[in-house]
Every structure is written in C-alpha cells, then in structure tokens.
Design a protein around this ligand. Sequence first.
Ligand code: PLP
Length: 407
Amino acid sequence: MLKINESYLKLQASYLFSDIAGRVKKFEDANPDKDVIKLGIGDVTRALPAACVSAFHKAVDEMATDTGFRGYGPEQGYPFLREAIAKNDFQARGAEVNADEIFVSDGAKCDSGNIQELFSLDSKIAIPDPVYPVYIDTNVMAGRTGNFEDGRFQGIVYLDSTRENNYVPDLPTEAVDLIYLCFPNNPTGSTASKEQLKTWVDYARDNKAVILFDAAYEAFIRDDALPHSIYEIEGAREVAIEFRSFSKNGGFTGTRCAYTVVPKECMAWDTAGNKQPIHSLWNRRHCTKFNGVSYPVQRAAEAIYSDAGKGQVQELVSSYLENADLIAGAVKELGFDYAGAANSPYVWIWGDRDSWDFFDMLLNEAGVVCTPGAGFGKCGQGYIRLSAFNSRENVIQAMERIKTALA
Ligand code: PLP
C-alpha cells in the first residue's frame, strides 16, 4: 500500500488569496457599477524592458537556424549570463562572487524552497514572522516541523518582526542552524543596514549556521548606505547563500529567470564532523533535478545588464517606487503608522484593528483591494500590505478613494 508523505497533511491550506478573491467577487456582484482597484498582489504590471524583448527575439531567431540552434544547455546557466551577473551585481559593488558560484534557475521561489533539501531533517530552522510563506511550507513538507498550533508550527524558531524592532528581527535566544532573512522584505518593505546584517553574519559564524538571504527586491534599494547583497558584509561568504530574481527588476514574473549564489567557502557538517561544501551539493542537486533555463530567456536576462537594459530597468523600478511613495504619502496624511515604500514596492500599514476588518473596510468603503497582514503570519495581525505594482493612474485613484472613505 502506497503511503503518502504525511507532512503534507500538516500544511495549512493557503486561504489568503482565495479568501481575498471570494470577498472581492461578493463585492463586485453586489456593486456591478463600481470598479475595484487591486493593490493586493505582488506581481508586476508593466511590459518587459525593450532591451530584453529584442534580445529574446534575436535568440529565438538563432534557435530557428541549424547553426544557431541550442539543445540542452548547462544546468547552472550559460557562462554569458553567469559572468554578467557576477560582474554587475556583485563585483561592481565590491562583493566577491565568481561566475561559477552562480546557479541560474527559473525562480527564487523554487530555489529558496528547494535549498532546505541539502540539510539534515533535525536542523533547527529560524524563520521571520511575518514572512514569504514558501520558507515555512517547504520545511513543513520536508518533515522538519511539528503540528500547527495557535497559528504557528511546532519546532520552528520564529523571528518576530514588529514595530518595536523596526521589522528587523533580533537574534534568536537559542542556537539555530539555518536562518531565513529577506531584505528588502516582503511583506513589511523593511530593509537591513550593513551593521544589522553583520550581527547575523557573526551569529552564523559563531554557531556554524547558514543564512539563506532572499534579495528578490534588491533593485528597489535607493538608499546608498544600504547593502544590496549579503556578500557586502565581511565573512558572509562562509555562511550565506543568496537568492536573486529577475521577476521584480526586469518584470520576468511570466518569463521566469532567477539565480542563487553559493560561495565555495560556504560549509555544512556531516555527522563525522567533516566540513562539506554546500556548493558541490547544490550543484549535484541542480544537475540532477533541473534542466536549466531556456537559451532565449537567458539572453533576455543578460540584456538587463546592457547599457540600454540598465536604463530601462531603472525607469521601471523607479516608476513602482514613485507609486509606493504616493501610497506612503496618503497613508501618512491619514495618520497611519507604516513601514516600507522607501526602498521597496510594499507599504506595510499598522491599522490597529483586525487585518480582515481593515481589508473589508477598504474594499467596501473605497473599492480598493489590499492584502491582510495576518496572512503572512501571527505578527502580521493588525496590518495590511499595499503593493505599488499597478499603474500610476490606479494608484492615484485608489489613494484618493481611501482618503475620502477614511477622512
Ligand atoms: N522571494 C520573495 C520574498 C518574493 O516575494 C517572491 C515573489 O513574490 C519571490 C521570492 C519569488 O521570486 P521568483 O519570481 O523569482 O520565483
């Protein structure tokens, strides 16, 4: 008799987005004349940069000739893309990352979810709250947690991110082995300074732990003092893996391309106490379970690093940041406490009331959809998240409606 992996039964069905969709549908059915503006989603809305589109077309044309055709590519990614990434995203910022430490993939979601496979099931995991749910659910699937009780999985060390700590969690009071961090953060929009990241790197070094650093929103950082990569922190190469994505800078959410950096110095230990390089284990996993990203998509991603591509991505990200600024301005005018916006596409608003009550009020009174913070974890209760991924016109209109409704 075939038995299932019962850890899957522990997963909490993600009702968040279906609940939102259900409430929006009910509102639309009752108010057919009112249009609803959606500032809930984390998906980009603007077209791919022109430089990417033309590189994409060119690569498809190459594939249409016998001489230009490519079959299976290197699973880790083509050297042209790995080299462009190493040079532009790291070396240009003084961070030591080499092309052969970069693994091109189809998503930071997949990589940040799959990486835990490399580590033993009894590893102690620390995960922020509120959080991008993938980190928790993939550890639940792997069987690394107990049951879900009182809004949290037993066995996980939750790192509270609250107004009190400015949404940068404190170090855990017990020793942990694997630490998930995400800056600029989804959902709080918060960022971490070099000094703050340094305390985490030092903790990881002292505890033989590894940091899984999700920098999917790195392109939104405009404050020159903030680190874009954890490898800007001394000692991080030994204790950190970084996830990056072309989803939010180049608008590749539907095109699919991302990458993970695993420095060669980054180690975990076997039961005999020997150091094992994580790089070679991830390489093994990647080659066994992943076929690589298609050639045209990698050419399109490479174009992000061309002069034209850089300018177009800058313009794209700036337009979302200007939306975030408009949202933050209106929220401030209304007297709400908020985080994010400055270096992030998200505005995290303290409503001082139940997240779903706040959601219903914005929907019913203003026709605007947000994401209730409680959907991201226990510490998200009382908050909502507004996303800047929409047209300028919609953002302006949404904020006018909210101001009128709440005035
Ligand atoms: N990491 C975070 C924190 C995210 O919010 C998201 C998407 O919303 C991702 C990763 C997913 O990135 P990708 O599209 O590359 O899978």
